[in-house]
Design a binder for this molecule. Sequence first.
Ligand SMILES: [Fe+2]
Ligand SMILES: [Fe+2]
Length: 423
Amino acid sequence: MPIDQTPEGAPAGLEPAPTPADSWTDARISAAPPSAPPLSGPPLSGPPLSGQPLSGHPDWTPPEIRPGQLEFTRDELLTSHPVEEPLMAGDVLCHGGFIGGRYYSPRTLVRIPAIHAWKGRLAAEGHPLVYFPREYLPPQYPNYEQAKLLLLSGVSEPVVRTLTTIAIVEGFGARIREVGPLRLESDVVEDLGGTCLAHLEGGLFEAHARDEAGWRREGGHKQMWEAARDLGLDHPDVPGDVLMQLMMNMGGGGRRAATRNVPEISKPLESLITLMANVMVIEIFAAEMFAWGRRLLGDPEISARPAEAGGMVACIEADESPHVEYLRTALSELRARDLRTEDGKGRIRGSEVVDRILTAQLRGIASDRPRQQREQSQDEIHRMLMARPNGEALRRRFEDLDSGWRFPENQEIEIQLRVYGNA
Ligand SMILES: [Fe+2]
Ligand SMILES: [Fe+2]
């Protein structure tokens, strides 16, 4: 497996680039409770977002965390900040909230410092963290300029479909709590005490599921994306076949997921690693999509309520960082250990297993599948544009705004998968 070591200083998850996706970085995780990206208008709810940060920020950590602490209870990992004002989407109560005008993601009071502590241990022990080069991230299709043209031309369905699809997929994120029971203590040769891996079932999967699909009275990302869509596009008509189309597109992924990439290990263990790799890759690739949604729904030329709709997406983006980081940390911890083979007698390097599975996941999401979906979307958009007055001119204008993205070939992706060397 051709894995390169990247230079020190690269941020977590992705290569550096001057985009909002850079908020998904080590610095973000390690500094302190994340605040929402700046909004250009009135706050969503609660006090103004330009208010003062928490006392002691950015070095503030909850008093419950001891220096060097690596073990945390489930309740601790699910604890939220004591917010002063909840996040509201119209009359829908959402998760997270505001303290002194800053947005605080839900269930991150202890979870973020804990992830940082586990990453710090990995670094101290000389192990790298996996990350993906930014060059694999295809731009959202249609891109911001193209989507804006569509909306201004009265062709809103592709954008509404995309936003609705995002909301549905976010809700699917709750499936991660259904994983298990895990057998990592027997699957992994070395001790797992004080690792992120040892806390997956002890709060991390549950926190992730609640963030995505909501919990009790609080809406999660599913509800927040629906709210952002309805705020920005003023409650548009939603196509009735969004879920069906999505399931058809995901059908191919399901068949690929059933393929054994590492038959040497047990099927449950491979399924667990595959799920974690799949979710992490999707979360990282969603960065482009989220930035697109925030910009589009925050554009006063096309958004009915740009500050609120764009701000809602910004809050979702802030919530995503711990998802990427705990999965990345857990997979990196597996890379640093040996796994038992299915018969329990042999062992295989975790790095060989994780890298093989990650490469397969990355191939699936970065090349053939999105290329086919893009071609399908392009045909449908052309058809809609041609049905408008002056359709041919609109079609040409739409194509002129295309980013000219070139999908990498599968073999290129395998060669360029890298590991972030932080030792
Ligand atoms: Fe999410
Ligand atoms: Fe997420």
